[in-house]
Design a protein around this ligand. Structure first.
Ligand SMILES: NC(=O)c1ccc[n+]([C@@H]2O[C@H](COP(=O)([O-])OP(=O)(O)OC[C@H]3O[C@@H](n4cnc5c(N)ncnc54)[C@H](OP(=O)(O)O)[C@@H]3O)[C@@H](O)[C@H]2O)c1
Length: 220
């Protein structure tokens, strides 16, 4: 499969490396065609992989993974180009975190709106599925890093796209179908993005980013 990774940070590196390892064609996009971080990633992967601009990546990918800096994701996706996103699944991983006032970060958008919604509104033809944003990137690509069953929450407006993403997350990374909770339409991005306020503080007290949540319920 031809996969676009938009973003050259640690998330782009982790996902890109895993996807190349399992035999996919990956093009990692940045603001510039030969970004330092992109070149570093290219040197680290053994099999076929490419780097380029956000537009190169978005044009190349049959499916697009948004791993951009959340405060700048809309700008990055604009550089990717609306036409290149049209009719494609966009796995929207970035979180709208604002670190400008230090730790813990706040959110650039919250409560009555979310980054997932802003992206779906601006790119109505993209099939946006918010996913993977609630776990660390090492856990994204290897859920077994966290022992036992634990859950991944996704949302989006396109039911078919969500089903495809659930299948791909299983095939690519080993996420079990029964561990994926579909929270509904893209407005649920508000909840999964605001969860980051809790995630960051859990990280602080647990001393590792390699954790996740398990939702359990009563039988009646
Ligand atoms: N770290 C995790 O484990 C984790 C887990 C879940 C979700 N997330 C989310 O995943 C996203 C990626 O995180 P990260 O740490 O890998 O990377 P990051 O440092 O947050 O973002 C790096 C990417 O953002 C692009 N970018 C930065 N400023 C930009 C601007 N003004 N305009 C356009 N693009 C810009 C960079 O472009 P260049 O390539 O040109 O530099 C780069 O590709 C974040 O939203 C984060 O909240 C992270």
């Amino acid at each position: 499969m031809k996969i676009a990774i938009l973003g050259s940070g640690m998330v782009g590196h982790a996902l890109g490396t895993k996807l190349v390892e399992i035999g996919h064609q990956v093009l990692m996009g940045s603001r510039t065609a030969r970004s330092e971080a992109g070149q570093e990633w290219l040197r680290s992967v053994k099999a076929q992989a490419q780097i380029g601009t956000f537009a190169d990546a978005a044009a190349f990918g049959e499916i697009i993974l948004d791993c951009t800096n959340g405060a700048n994701s809309l700008a990055a996706l604009r550089q990717g180009g609306a036409a290149n996103l049209a009719d494609k699944i966009l796995i929207q991983i970035s979180n709208p975190l604002d670190f400008s006032q230090g730790m813990p970060p706040s959110l650039t958008v919250c409560n009555t709106d979310s980054l997932g919604e802003q992206i779906q509104r601006e790119f109505p033809q993209a099939r946006v599925v918010k996913a993977l944003n609630t776990v660390n990137c090492a856990v994204m690509v290897q859920p077994s890093l966290v022992p036992g069953d634990h859950d991944l929450i996704i949302c989006g407006n396109d039911a078919t796209a969500k089903r495809e993403v659930v299948g791909l997350l299983g095939e690519w990374f080993g996420w079990k179908e029964q561990s994926v909770i579909d929270l509904g339409d893209i407005t649920s991005s508000r909840a999964t993005e605001m969860y980051l306020a809790l995630w960051v503080r859990l990280w602080g007290v647990l001393g590792t980013p390699h954790f996740n949540i398990k939702v359990t319920r009563s039988r009646n």
